[in-house]
Write a protein that binds this ligand. Structure first.
Ligand code: NOJ
Length: 869
C-alpha cells in the first residue's frame, strides 16, 4: 500500500502524462476527443478573436504561458490572479467568488442565493440581479466573476452546494444561469458558469495524492437532457468562461476529460471563451492542455507541494512547448480565448484594477500573503459598490418567498396582531454577522449557505429588525428550545423560525461536511421539536423556513395549529423587510418551489443518496437517468409533501384562452448545422528557447509562480524537441482540427435547435380580492415513442406583473425544437422522437396543478383537465 501511495504521489508530482483509471461500471465512457477545437469561428466573437490573435502573435512564449495560470494560492488580492503580459498591455486578471456577491470584501451587497432567485420564477429579476452583481464585481476591479453556478443541479437533495444554483430542473437552472450571465456580462465582467459537470456532492469531490475524486458515471442522454442543458444555455448567451468541476465523469477527471472539454463544450456547444480548472482541480500538465483546459487555477499543484509553489503549468507549460509535447497552436488558442473574452467584454477600455483583498479586511497587508516574505502595501481601498442594489436584492428575496400552506387565511397578518416569535433564526448572529469565516456556521438568521459561494454581510436586516420597523407588537424568544415563560394567550399568533444549512466541503458545520451528511433533510437545531412544542401551546402558528433545499416537514405539518408555512429560502442581507412585506400583505407571496419537498427521504431513489467511502475511486452511478426530483416522483407515482413549482398566493388566478401557434415546421432531425467560420491562423513553429529565459536581475518572490525557466532548462527543453522520445499521447490523439459534430454549429449547439416550434399564449386573470403576481409554468408531455421520457418536463415559465383584482395579463411562452427533442445517442443528435405525435403542452402554476392542455396535433387547448400526476 505504501509503495502504491509513493508511486501515485511521485507520478502526480511529476505531472505524469497518463494515469491509470479506476474501473467505472460498464457502459460509462469518456471517449478521447482531440484536438482541442480552436475558438473564434462564431461570428459574434470574430472581432474579439481578431484583436486577441493579433496580440498573441506579438507575445513571447513566457508571456503567453503566464496568462494561462494563476500566480499561486494566496499570492495576490483575488482568489485567483493570473500572470500578466504588461509589455503588450495585459494586466494580471483578477478572478473572484462568488455567485451571490463579491466574497470576502466590504461595502458590497450580499444578494439572495441562486436557489432563492430560482424560486422567484421571474426572468426579469434573474437578469436584473445579474446586472447588479456585475456592477459590484466591476466596481471592485474583478475581471472574472466565478459564477453563476448551474451545477450542482440538485440531483441529491443533501448535496452541499445546490443552493448556489437555481433549482432541481435543467430549464429553471438554465434560465437562472443564462440570464445571470447576460446581466453580469452586460457591464463588462466575464461570467463563469460552473462546475462542468455532474458535481452533485461535496464529499470525495477532489483528487488527492492518495485518492482520486469521485466519478460521476452518467449516460450520454442524461448528460445532454439534464446536466448539460443549463451549460448549453449559458454558452448560448455568450458566457466568457467555464469552470471545470473537481470530480471525474465516467472515470476521467473533468479537468483533463477531452470528451467533455474538447468534444462537448468546445465543439458541440461551440463555446468560444476559456476553460478554467476549479481550485487545485488540475491533476496533470500536458494531458490537461491537450484535453482543452485553458487556465489553471490558482496555479499550484493540487498535492503536497502546494506549499512550495509548484505548478503543472506556468514554467512547465513553457517547457512543454519548447520540448514539443504541447503543440504551439494549443497554447495560442488558449491565450487567444482568454484575451478574446477580455476584449469581448470591453475590458481593454478603462477597466478598474482590483481595489480589495480577499485575504484580509485590513487596509494594509502583505501583497502576497502566501509567501514567506512579502512586500506590504495598501490592499483594501474600501470602495463602496452597493449603489441601490439592496432594492433588487430585496425584491428577489420578497418575490421568492413561497407560501406552502395558509389554512383559514391566517396570512396576511392583521396589522395589530400580537406576536410571539420563536427561534434564533429570527435575529442576527449574536457573535457578529460575519463572525464565521465564509459563513461557516448556522447561527442567527440564515441568509446563505457556507463556503466559497458566500459573501460577507454589509448588514443583516433580520426578521426581528423587520418586525421592529413595522412597529409590530411582539415578544421575541431568542432560543431554539421552547421557553417556559411565553405566557400563551388565545389572541397570540406564534411565528416560528427554523433553518437547514449546507455548504462547501472545506468547512464542516455541526457535523455536516458540506453535504447534509448528518442533519439529513431534517431541520437544524431541533426545529421539529420547537414547532411541536409551540404547537402544543398556541393555536395559530406560522412557520418560516430559511433553507438551502428540501426539508422534511412531516413531524408537524398536519398539526391543527400549524396554519401557515413559508419558505423564505436564503434571502441574503434582505431577510427582514422582504418577509414583512409578505407577512403583512403589502404584496402577495409569489414564489414557487424550485425543488420537490418530499414526505420522507425514502421517497427518493437510492441512487441519489450521498456516496460514502469506497476503496479506490468512489463511483457514483447516475442510474436513475432522467428521473431526478419531480421527474422521479411522477414516475414512481409518489405524492410529495409539496410538488416542484408549488406556491400559494393571497389571491387566486385563473388560466384561460390558451393559444398554441405553430411557428417553425419540424422534421425529425434539425436542419444541417452551419459550417464553422474561420479561426485565427496559428504558427506551429516552436519559439526560441530565449523567449522563456528569466529576465536578468529579476527579484523573485518565493512561492510565486512564474512562467520563466532557467536558461539551461529552456535550452535542454528545446533540444529535447528533436529527440526521438515523444510524449506518450493519449489514445485517439490527433492535432488536425475537425469540422465539428452535427449537433453543433453555434454557441449552445446547432442554432436550429433554438428555432421556436410553437408560440403559446395564456391569459392569467386575478380572480381573487387582493393584488398578486402569478407564475405560468409550461410543461411538455412527449407522445409515446421508442424513447422513454419523463411524464412532464418544465420547458418555459413567465411571471405576471402585479395584477389588481379582476385584472388580466396575457403571457407569452414558447417551445423550441430542442424542447421537443430527445438526445439520440446513436445518431448523436437531437431528434423529434415521434414527429406526427401529439405533444401535450400543459400550463398551470405547479407541476401538480396543470389544468390547461394544448395539443400539438390538433393545435387546440382545453381547460379543466384532470392532472396527469
Ligand atoms: C472551489 C469552488 O468549488 C469554486 O466554486 C470556487 O469558485 C473556487 N473554489 C474558488 O474559491
Amino acid at each position: 500500500m505504501l509503495s502504491f501511495i509513493l508511486l501515485s504521489l511521485s507520478s502526480y508530482v511529476a505531472g505524469a502524462a497518463i494515469e491509470r483509471r479506476d474501473a467505472v461500471p460498464a457502459g460509462y465512457v469518456a471517449p478521447p476527443y482531440y484536438p482541442s477545437p480552436h475558438g473564434g469561428w462564431v461570428s459574434d466573437w470574430s472581432e474579439s478573436f481578431r484583436k486577441a490573435s493579433l496580440l498573441v502573435s506579438r507575445m513571447t512564449l513566457a508571456e503567453k504561458t503566464n496568462l494561462t495560470a494563476g500566480s499561486g494560492i494566496f499570492m495576490g488580492r483575488c482568489v485567483g490572479n493570473t500572470g500578466s503580459a504588461e509589455r503588450v498591455g495585459i494586466p494580471q486578471l483578477c478572478l473572484q467568488d462568488g455567485p451571490l456577491g463579491v466574497r470576502n470584501t466590504d461595502h458590497n451587497t450580499a444578494f439572495p442565493a441562486g436557489i432563492t432567485v430560482g424560486a422567484t420564477f421571474d426572468k426579469d429579476l434573474m437578469r436584473r440581479r445579474g446586472v447588479a452583481i456585475g456592477e459590484e464585481f466591476r466596481g471592485k476591479g474583478v475581471n472574472i466573476h466565478l459564477g453563476p453556478s448551474v451545477g450542482a443541479l440538485g440531483r441529491k437533495p443533501r448535496g452541499g452546494r445546490n443552493w448556489e444554483g437555481f433549482g432541481s430542473d435543467p430549464v429553471l437552472q438554465a434560465f437562472g444561469g443564462a440570464l445571470s450571465v447576460e446581466g453580469i456580462q452586460s457591464v463588462g465582467v466575464i461570467a463563469t458558469i460552473k462546475h462542468l459537470i455532474a458535481n452533485e456532492q461535496e464529499m470525495y469531490r477532489m483528487y488527492s495524492a492518495v485518492k482520486p475524486g469521485i466519478s460521476s458515471n452518467l449516460d450520454d442522454r442524461t448528460l445532454h437532457e439534464l446536466y448539460l442543458w443549463p451549460f448549453a444555455e449559458g454558452v448560448r448567451s455568450g458566457v466568457g468562461s467555464v469552470m471545470i468541476a473537481y470530480n471525474a465523469v465516467n472515470g476521467s477527471a473533468c479537468s483533463q476529460n477531452s470528451y467533455l472539454i474538447n468534444g462537448i463544450l468546445k465543439d458541440e456547444l461551440g463555446f468560444q471563451g476559456f476553460v478554467m480548472s476549479d481550485w487545485l482541480a488540475q491533476i496533470s500538465g500536458v494531458a490537461s492542455a491537450l484535453a482543452g483546459l485553458d487556465m489553471s487555477m490558482p496555479g499550484d499543484i493540487h498535492t503536497v507541494p502546494v506549499v512550495l509553489g509548484s505548478s503543472y503549468w506556468m514554467y512547465e507549460y513553457s517547457r512543454a512547448i519548447l520540448n514539443g509535447s504541447i503543440p504551439v497552436d494549443r497554447l495560442d488558442d488558449s491565450v487567444t480565448r482568454i484575451l478574446a473574452a477580455y476584449f469581448q467584454m470591453g475590458q481593454d477600455q478603462n477597466y478598474p484594477r482590483p481595489n480589495f483583498d480577499t485575504n484580509t479586511q485590513n487596509a494594509e497587508g502583505p501583497l502576497y500573503p502566501g509567501a514567506l516574505i512579502s512586500p506590504s502595501g495598501v490592499v483594501n481601498e474600501f470602495v463602496n459598490v452597493q449603489a441601490n442594489h439592496a432594492e433588487v436584492a430585496r425584491e428577489v428575496a420578497r418575490d421568492a418567498i413561497t407560501l406552502l400552506k395558509n389554512t383559514g387565511n391566517v396570512l396576511p397578518l392583521p396589522r395589530n396582531s400580537t406576536l410571539k416569535i420563536f427561534g434564533t433564526d429570527a435575529e442576527k448572529n449574536p457573535d457578529g454577522i460575519n463572525s464565521c469565516a465564509d459563513q461557516g456556521c448556522n447561527k442567527g438568521t440564515l441568509g446563505m449557505g457556507w463556503g466559497s459561494g458566500s459573501a460577507r454581510y454589509p448588514y443583516m436586516d433580520s426578521p426581528i429588525d423587520g418586525f421592529k420597523a413595522r412597529g409590530a407588537s411582539y415578544q421575541f424568544f431568542n432560543t431554539d428550545s421552547f421557553p417556559s415563560n411565553s405566557n400563551p394567550s388565545p389572541n397570540d399568533t406564534a411565528v416560528v423560525f427554523v433553518t437547514a444549512d449546507s455548504g462547501e466541503n472545506y468547512i464542516t458545520v455541526e457535523n455536516n461536511p458540506g453535504d447534509r451528511t448528518s442533519s439529513n433533510l431534517n431541520l437544524w437545531h431541533n426545529g421539529d421539536r420547537l414547532i411541536q412544542d409551540v404547537a402544543a401551546k398556541y393555536t395559530n402558528i406560522i412557520v418560516v423556513v430559511h433553507t438551502v433545499g428540501p426539508v422534511l416537514l412531516d413531524g408537524w405539518h398536519d398539526l391543527p395549529s400549524v396554519k401557515a408555512i413559508l419558505f423564505a429560502h436564503l434571502p441574503g442581507q434582505e431577510a427582514g423587510a422582504s418577509l414583512m412585506e409578505v407577512l403583512y400583505g403589502d404584496v402577495s407571496p409569489s414564489g414557487h418551489l424550485p425543488y420537490t419537498v418530499p414526505k420522507s427521504e425514502d421517497d427518493y431513489s437510492d441512487s441519489v443518496s450521498l456516496v460514502g467511502y469506497q476503496i479506490g475511486q468512489p463511483q457514483d452511478t447516475f442510474s436513475e437517468g432522467l428521473y431526478i426530483d419531480y421527474r422521479h416522483f411522477h414516475k414512481a407515482n409518489i405524492k410529495p409533501r409539496y410538488a416542484f413549482g408549488h406556491g400559494l398566493s393571497y389571491t387566486n388566478f385563473s388560466f384561460s384562452n390558451a393559444v398554441l401557434t405553430g411557428v417553425t415546421p419540424l422534421r425529425s432531425t434539425p436542419p444541417t448545422r452551419p459550417a464553422k467560420g474561420a479561426t485565427p491562423a496559428y504558427s506551429t513553429a516552436i519559439p526560441p528557447a530565449s523567449e522563456a529565459y528569466w529576465p536578468e536581475n529579476f527579484s523573485r518572490i518565493w512561492r510565486y509562480l512564474y512562467s520563466w525557466l532557467e536558461k539551461a532548462d529552456a535550452d535542454n527543453a528545446a533540444k529535447a524537441a528533436s529527440s526521438t522520445t515523444k510524449y506518450p499521447y493519449p489514445a485517439g490523439y490527433s492535432n488536425v482540427q475537425k469540422p465539428g459534430p452535427s449537433a453543433g454549429g453555434a454557441q449552445g449547439g446547432n442554432p436550429a435547435l433554438f428555432d421556436v416550434a410553437y408560440d403559446v399564449s395564456v391569459t392569467v386573470t386575478n380572480t381573487g380580492s387582493r393584488a398578486g403576481k402569478a407564475v405560468a409554468q409550461l410543461y411538455v408531455q412527449f407522445p409515446t415513442s421508442s424513447f422513454d421520457t419523463p411524464i412532464l418536463q418544465l420547458r418555459d415559465f413567465e411571471k405576471t406583473s402585479n395584477l389588481a383584482p379582476g385584472a388580466s395579463e396575457t403571457l407569452k411562452l414558447r417551445l423550441t425544437r430542442k424542447d421537443l427533442s430527445v438526445w439520440d445517442v446513436v445518431s448523436q443528435n437531437w431528434i423529434i422522437p415521434n414527429l406526427g405525435g401529439d405533444y401535450g403542452v400543459w400550463i398551470g402554476d405547479s407541476s401538480d396543478n396543470l389544468r390547461l392542455r394544448c395539443g400539438t396535433a390538433a393545435r387546440t387547448c382545453v381547460g379543466n383537465q384532470p392532472s396527469l400526476v
